[in-house]
Design a binder for this molecule. Structure first.
Ligand SMILES: C[S@@+](CC[C@H](N)C(=O)[O-])C[C@H]1O[C@@H](n2cnc3c(N)ncnc32)[C@H](O)[C@@H]1O
Length: 247
């Protein structure tokens, strides 16, 4: 059975994809909702604790607003905070994000390791984007807040690239929308390609677990099977959703 966090207001919470920096609720409300989701992840053994630096999250948010070119994004403030917090808590040496469009989705994860929100030292924070022109824009965006190069964007097919990645992956973030045949069903293929690089305790984060649940049927069945993942929680607080699974 799927374990789910659902906020009381999920039916009403809507961001504006074209104006993603506009706050649609108070910071207190946003923080309280995300804390509830983090607490369930802690209870399920997915997170060791739920502490992260709230001021650094806001410094990260401000830098993205000032320096990123974002034509649209479905990453809500709630989702940005959740992704930042998970990465700040887990502190992955290697985080791979697959299907990152203009990079907002990538930097919501990588922002815990680079830029003004950095709270630890990472080794490889890699965003993968199959469209070269989108990868170029995402890389330009990332370079404006991370001069170190620890966070970087690569134009590649995520399935092929993760299959060849030679190191362990502590956090794998999935957001690729695949081709016409697979759509978001490509998450399953990317997960399988990365599988033997995911150590015990590795987290796999799948965006659109709510609004693309039908296309993700195989993926969600796999991660919710305790024979494959020790725990899996569907976070449903913005209409898009994030399935958080631990190997
Ligand atoms: C819909 S976007 C994700 C947007 C993100 N959720 C946001 O709100 O900012 C999905 C991206 O995945 C990319 N993509 C599709 N298939 C891919 C693959 N096999 N490898 C890497 N990227 C892929 C697409 O080009 C697209 O930019």
């Amino acid at each position: 059975m799927a374990v789910e966090y659902q906020s009381f207001d999920v039916a009403d919470y809507r961001m504006d994809y074209q104006n993603p920096h506009v706050s649609v609720e108070s910071i207190e409300q946003e923080t309280a909702i995300v804390d509830e989701a983090l607490r369930l992840l802690e209870q399920q053994g997915i997170l060791p604790h739920i502490q992260y630096d709230h001021d650094k999250l806001l410094a990260h948010r401000k830098a993205v607003e000032e320096h990123f070119e974002i034509p649209w994004t479905a990453i809500s403030h709630r989702m940005q905070r959740l992704l930042y917090a998970i990465n700040a808590i887990i502190q992955p040496a290697n985080m791979i994000a697959a299907g990152i469009f203009c990079g907002n989705t990538f930097i919501s994860n990588a922002g815990a390791g680079v830029g003004p929100g950095a709270c630890y030292t990472a080794m490889n924070l890699v965003g993968l984007e199959i469209k070269p022109e989108e990868a170029e824009r995402a890389e330009r965006n990332v370079r404006r807040i991370d001069p170190t190069g620890v966070a970087r964007v690569i134009a590649a097919d995520a399935v092929d690239w993760v299959a060849a990645f030679p190191h362990e992956i502590q956090v794998l973030y999935l957001d690729a929308d695949g081709d016409a045949a697979r759509g978001k069903g490509i998450y399953y293929d990317i997960l399988q390609a990365a599988w033997d690089r995911l150590p015990e305790g590795a987290l796999v984060l799948a965006h659109n677990s709510v609004n693309c649940a039908e296309r993700l049927t195989n993926y969600l069945a796999f991660v919710r099977d305790e024979a494959n993942m020790r725990a899996s929680v569907n976070v449903n607080f913005d209409g898009e959703g994030l399935e958080v699974s631990m190997r």
